[in-house]
Structure formats: structure tokens, C-alpha cells
Design a protein. Structure first.
Length: 264
């Protein structure tokens, strides 16, 4: 498996703005993500999951260690990486189609090509008929679909997703997870997906990366054996392989939570 993302000896330290104490968020974190792989990252609260994603996005620099995408050091944000945040980060004054087209406009993509791309992703995320609606006219799940489509339309090599479905209701979350699974199959993008939800991590990931309690390190990488083409929530609730993987990941995360509580 060719490494699309490579992290070696990654560490990040910051100063708590309230207590002025130095906090070591990540330490000695090494990890490789393969070309076209969907890697989910899960761990106890405060273990550095979002810090890791922000470093990969180029939004904050690491204190130490190497961060490479396609063998090139990450020095800041770049077109090769698209980010989908937990908040509905779409532009309220733009319609669905113009939100999806936003990155393409910045890149100077010709109008005909831009419109064709927008139509493709409107279909892919199931928003046909809503192209000219504004964000305030959409449900939370629809707004997050637009955010995903806008990122995909800009055609980054890597998608970085920070708990993008955490703010929607449970039923919508299941629907969005199934749609993202279908999108991952259709686009073969390399995806790093941060979540605190073990079920979500196992359902979506080719592998689950379990981080230790702070400072975050890679505790275990757990492969998910169920083929992506077979993944539905009906199967997830009945398949023994899914159940065993979910139980293992949950146990690994709980060990870290227990260790943290014991140290207080």
C-alpha cells in the first residue's frame, strides 16, 4: 500500500490560554494512510484527534516531527487537501449549486466544466431539486451534504473530516454515513475521518486508528474486514464481524478512558 499520508514522530505542544500551562497534545505519533484508504480516528476526549486533523490541514504547525502528503512536507493549507468541519461551513448567501461551485470558481475552472461538475455532485449527494435553495431553506443534514459536495467538487487528493455528522439527529447521521460510504467507493479519495463515535468509526473505516489518552499516540490500528460494497446499517447490526470489530475498538477506547480516570 502506497502511503498517501505519512506522519513520523509527530508532536504538538501548546500553552493553555487560561492557566498558561504547557499542554502536550500529541507525542511521538507515527502513522501512514494509504492511497484511496478511508482511515477513521477515534479515541478518548482530549486525546488530540482534532489537533491531528488541523496539523494535516496545515492550519497549525506541529512542534516536532514530519508531516508528508505524497512525500511533500505540509507547510500550510493547500488545494491537495479538503476539510469538512463539524459546523455547517457553507456560505449563507449562496445557493446549493453556487456553494458547491465556490472552490471551482476560485480555481478559475471554465463555466461549462464548473456547471457539469456541480451537476455531478448534486446527483451524488442526493440534492437534485434543491440546487437553487439557500442554506436557511435546508435541513442540517442537507447543509452538511453541501459541505461534503463542495469539498469533493474542488477535487482534493485528500479529504479531512472532523466529526462532520455530530450535529445532526441519529437517523440523519445514519443516512449520511451510508452516503459517505457510497461516495468513498465512487471517488476513491483518501479520507481521514475524526470521530468520537465507535460505531461510526467501524462502519466507515477501512481501518480504525485508536489514539491513546493525551498526549495522543497511535495505540492500535484495527482493520475492518467487511467489504465496503456490502456496508449497510442493517448489516452492521447483524454481522458478527462488524460486532467483533466494534467490541474490540470500544474496549481499546475504554481502556484509555479508564487509565485517564485512574490517573486523576
Amino acid at each position: 500500500m502506497t502511503a498517501k499520508i505519512a506522519l513520523a514522530g509527530l508532536g504538538h505542544e501548546y500553552v493553555n490560554p487560561f492557566t498558561r500551562e504547557r499542554v502536550l497534545a500529541l507525542d511521538g505519533l507515527s502513522l501512514e494512510v494509504g492511497e484511496g484508504e478511508f482511515l477513521t480516528v477515534v479515541g478518548p476526549s482530549g486525546c488530540g484527534k482534532t489537533t491531528l486533523l488541523n496539523i494535516l490541514a496545515g492550519l497549525i504547525p506541529p512542534t516536532r516531527g514530519a508531516v508528508l502528503v505524497d512525500g511533500r512536507p505540509v507547510r500550510g493549507p493547500g488545494r491537495d487537501r479538503g476539510v469538512v468541519f463539524q459546523e455547517f461551513a457553507i456560505l449563507p448567501w449562496r445557493t446549493v449549486e453556487r456553494n458547491i461551485a465556490h472552490g471551482l470558481e476560485i480555481q478559475g475552472v471554465p463555466r461549462a466544466e464548473r456547471e457539469a461538475t456541480v451537476r455531478r455532485f448534486v446527483e451524488l449527494i442526493g440534492l437534485r431539486g434543491f440546487e437553487r435553495k439557500y442554506p436557511h431553506e435546508l435541513s442540517g443534514g442537507m447543509r452538511q451534504r453541501v459541505a461534503v459536495a463542495r469539498t469533493l467538487a474542488a477535487n482534493p487528493d485528500v479529504m479531512l473530516m472532523d466529526e462532520p455528522f455530530a450535529s445532526v439527529d441519529a437517523q440523519t447521521r445514519i443516512t449520511l454515513q451510508e452516503e459517505l460510504n457510497a461516495i468513498a467507493q465512487a471517488t476513491r479519495k483518501t479520507i481521514l475521518f475524526v470521530t468520537h463515535n465507535v460505531d461510526e468509526a467501524v462502519f466507515l473505516g477501512d481501518r480504525c486508528c485508536v489514539l491513546s489518552r493525551r498526549p495522543g499516540r497511535v495505540k492500535t490500528l484495527v482493520p475492518v474486514a467487511v467489504p465496503r460494497a456490502r456496508r449497510t446499517w442493517e448489516l452492521f447490526t447483524s454481522d458478527p464481524s462488524f460486532a467483533a470489530t466494534k467490541e474490540l475498538v470500544f474496549k481499546l477506547v475504554r481502556e484509555e478512558v479508564g487509565t485517564e480516570e485512574a490517573g486523576r
